[in-house]
Design a protein around this ligand. Sequence first.
Ligand code: SAM
Length: 242
Amino acid sequence: MPSKQIPESIENRWDILYRDYAEIYDRFGRVPKTPTVVEALHQHFPLSGKTVADVGAGSGLSTFDLARFAAQVIGIEPEAAMRELALQAAREQNLPNVTFLEGSAEAMPLSDDSVDVVVGVTLASLYNEDNILAFDREAVRVVRPGGQILLVDIASGWYGGELAPVIRDKPDEDPYEILHDQTLRACGFEYLDFFTDQDYGTLDNIIQTFGFIFGRKAIQYLREHNQTTIRWKFRIHYKTVK
Ligand SMILES: C[S@@+](CC[C@H](N)C(=O)[O-])C[C@H]1O[C@@H](n2cnc3c(N)ncnc32)[C@H](O)[C@@H]1O
């Protein structure tokens, strides 16, 4: 069998990444972050003893990190290739408090009032108002009264981390990011921001993962500056269910 021809970059086509290059996404996701997104989440919203649904679980990296703190974590993921990687890693680690289900942010395979917290870590699929409202309705349905909905995303203006100005075509804020924040605020979410530093170790690794995803402009910049780390600003949108 001839091996798959891999392009230099998928130029920000995350749909193609999840479907055809799940292993490269997984490698990108495994690059150490200090703190991890889940460590920052747990610091602000303690997860100990809680049942958590991790929506958009991907290859399971956020789910496994949540399982260090929460009592039980249910990873929900629509993309088969990503779910397969998650299931394989879960088997290898033999984690008793983790399960994975097929489903989406808009249709969670969970009963009413069945979890303490719904988490979405870089879910990024909430791209229009209808879609955010559908997620909010669904999360409110499955979270018990007094529980929380926590969405962690790259902060507005920080897509691509500190290389955002290099990657963006225009200096303006992205209208999608403005809409995203405004719609969540209208649904009753507040937010707080934190920083994390990601260390790729080598130039080859950062080009084959970050560069592969974020495009040729990023690759050129990383080569010119011999840069192997990326600083990110993340935003936690949070709300308590009444
Ligand atoms: C950037 S990955 C994040 C994975 C994981 N949360 C982590 O941090 O390791 C986003 C994931 O959301 C999934 N996704 C895309 N659309 C979705 C939807 N409508 N509902 C739930 N997940 C979705 C993608 O397939 C992908 O696996």
